[in-house]
Design a protein around this ligand. Structure first.
Ligand code: ZN
Length: 243
């Protein structure tokens, strides 16, 4: 096992030598000590400051829809911003390791805030099996894995499923997004959420339609459970009037 680990690390070092890691935002080669994102981009990152902040704009966006305990996101997804490349890289560019690294960053901020300590289980927002097969993975699973590693909570990849194949949410207007996902999620037989605090994890929060549809599916089978949500980014446009 030790030899395998050493070989794995050596292969990783060799790959890093041939293909040095680059910053997904500005594409500069990362210097020694820089992790995931270069220091310049890290300092200028449009962080939300929502994690651990009660009644933040994302929570206000969800008021009256589904009773969430907490809702937070790490940074703002802004039209035309180079920071959108982080999401695009793991969603469309096969950079699944980046999703896990960003999940660890997100999990670190959550741990520091102590706001998510009552979470029992982490559930990534599922893709439809066809879309998952086409992409090869579900980016939200890797984000959730990163969060779970830091928070040291179990992750359940299979508790929730997407029952209908729908077109990408990005192509729809605000109202269409709700219709596009409403009632399209269900819990798997045997998934037990009763009395638990479930943390839903997704990549981007826009209207909240997908997250609410997932929460409704869970609350249908376990009305006494509590649900929180965390996403890597939140569309600034969607919460701009709620600061
Ligand atoms: Zn950079």
């Amino acid at each position: 096992m030790l030899i395998l680990n050493k070989l794995h690390r050596a292969a990783g070092d060799l790959l890093a030598l041939i293909f040095p890691p680059t910053c997904p935002v500005c594409n500069a080669t990362l210097s020694e000590g820089e992790q995931v994102i270069c220091n310049c981009c890290r300092v200028a990152m449009p962080m939300t400051g929502y994690i651990g902040r009660i009644d933040n704009a994302m929570e206000r966006r969800l008021w009256g829809l589904v009773p969430f305990v907490q809702a937070s996101a790490l940074y703002f997804y802004i039209e035309g911003s180079p920071y959108r490349r982080i999401i695009h890289a793991f969603k469309y560019g096969s950079k699944w390791r980046l999703a896990r690294d960003m999940g660890e960053w997100l999990g670190g901020e959550m741990a520091r805030s102590h706001a998510f300590e009552s979470v029992d289980v982490i559930v990534p927002v599922p893709l439809h099996p066809l879309r998952r097969m086409w992409r090869g993975y579900n980016q939200s699973e890797y984000l959730a894995e990163g969060v779970a590693r830091v928070l040291k909570r179990p992750i359940n990849h299979h508790a929730l499923r997407r029952t209908r194949y729908t077109t990408s949410q990005t192509r729809h207007s605000k109202n269409e997004r709700w219709d596009n996902v409403h009632g399209h999620f269900a819990t798997r037989r045997g998934a037990s959420f009763a009395g638990k605090h479930v943390l839903l994890v997704d990549d981007v929060f826009t209207t909240g339609a997908t997250i609410c549809a997932c929460a409704e599916a869970i609350l249908r089978v376990a009305p006494d459970c509590q649900i929180s949500v965390v996403t890597l980014a939140v569309s600034q446009r969607e919460v701009a009037d709620l600061f």
